[in-house]
Design a protein around this ligand. Structure first.
Ligand code: TRP
Length: 326
């Protein structure tokens, strides 16, 4: 079985955008690949170092988000980045061969720096792709399922691995990108992206009432003022959501919107129902894990133990190759 590695920074709960873009795919991939899921708490520090409590709570939240959508703790290895010493060691070794310019020009770093308003970057933030190269390669992952924004990081990782193997004759696996085919989920407020910092996210852990309320406030075709006006689903976010979450009814709904035989309120109610139908089984699983937090802790600890065994082998091999021994 080939090995995949993917995961998230522990900077808050995961939302529907994460589900559509990656979690859904993870659930399928776990049956075909040896699946490693990283809870990236060290990388959470790159932007949230002043909020350690939030990171700690998010470790549980992100773990439960993964488990509640159907990742099976008996199949996957879910681990906490800060528990894996080999990731820290590899980050240092890799930092010796990566150029500062290649990091400064990394488009994802640039975009995020702008988003957070950083002008003078911390060493850790700038080096985030190096840490990510380490967290991908410590277990010799073959493939990395990610969205487009992660491509620059994966390119840095591949370059570092080639350089290290070239210099020292080591045999670290050069990870391949497995690009998510799903387009980015837009926000119900019309923003091109759903994001926690954009205040437009529907969380996987949101209650039915909250989902109903968020959908109720969603943007629709602005030109449709009265229920008698004919709508244009092509410019309506709610229609786009029907296409994704209520696909079998999508054409029908568009037709009814165009002919003004369904109003926005009823259309939104149907969407809420589809979303809640999707989320209900996740809520049920989540409630179980919420009531058994010790079990979540055990899953992370067992995964981290296994990850450490893998990582220590990699570091031992590399240290020998680099003559870091006596
Ligand atoms: N950088 C990823 C993000 O912001 C999270 C992440 C950390 C990751 N390490 C990873 C993703 C390794 C894939 C593989 O979403």
């Amino acid at each position: 079985m080939k090995r995949i590695l993917t995961g998230d920074r522990t900077t808050g709960k995961l939302h529907l955008g994460h589900y559509v873009g990656s979690l859904q795919n993870r659930v399928k991939l776990q049956n075909e690949y040896d699946t490693f899921i990283i809870l990236a708490d060290i990388q959470a520090l790159t932007t949230h170092f002043e909020k350690p409590e939030l990171i700690k709570e998010s470790i549980y939240d992100v773990a439960m988000d993964n488990l509640s959508v159907g990742l099976d703790p008996n199949k996957i290895t879910m681990f906490l980045q800060s528990k894996i010493t080999s990731i820290a060691e590899l980050t240092i070794f890799y930092s010796m061969v990566v150029s500062v310019n290649s990091l400064r020009h990394n488009p994802t770093i640039k975009t995020e720096a702008k988003q957070y308003g950083y002008d003078d970057l911390t060493y850790g933030f700038l080096g985030y792709p190096v840490s990510q190269a380490a967290d991908i390669t410590f277990c010799n992952a073959d493939l990395v399922p990610v969205g487009e924004d992660q491509i620059p990081h994966l390119e840095v990782a591949r370059k570092i691995v080639r350089r290290i193997n070239d210099l020292y004759g080591s045999s670290i696996n050069e990870p391949e990108i497995m690009l998510s085919s799903c387009p980015r989920l837009m926000g119900l407020d019309g923003n091109a992206k759903m994001g926690k910092s954009l205040n437009n996210a529907i969380y996987l852990s949101d209650s039915e009432d909250i989902v109903n309320e968020k959908v109720r406030q969603a943007l629709t075709d602005k030109n449709r003022v009265s229920i008698k006006d004919k709508g244009n689903p092509d410019i309506c976010v709610v229609a786009k959501y029907h296409q994704i979450f209520n696909n079998s009814e999508y054409n029908n709904i568009c037709e009814m919107c165009r002919s003004a035989t369904i109003g926005c309120v009823a259309c939104k109610k149907q969407l809420s129902k589809s979303l809640n139908d999707l989320l209900n089984p996740f809520r049920e699983k989540r409630a179980y894990y919420e009531a058994h937090r010790d079990l979540v802790k055990e899953i992370i600890e067992a995964g981290s133990k296994k990850a450490n065994i893998e990582g220590n082998k990699t570091v031992e091999m590399l240290k020998k190759a680099m003559s870091l021994n006596i």
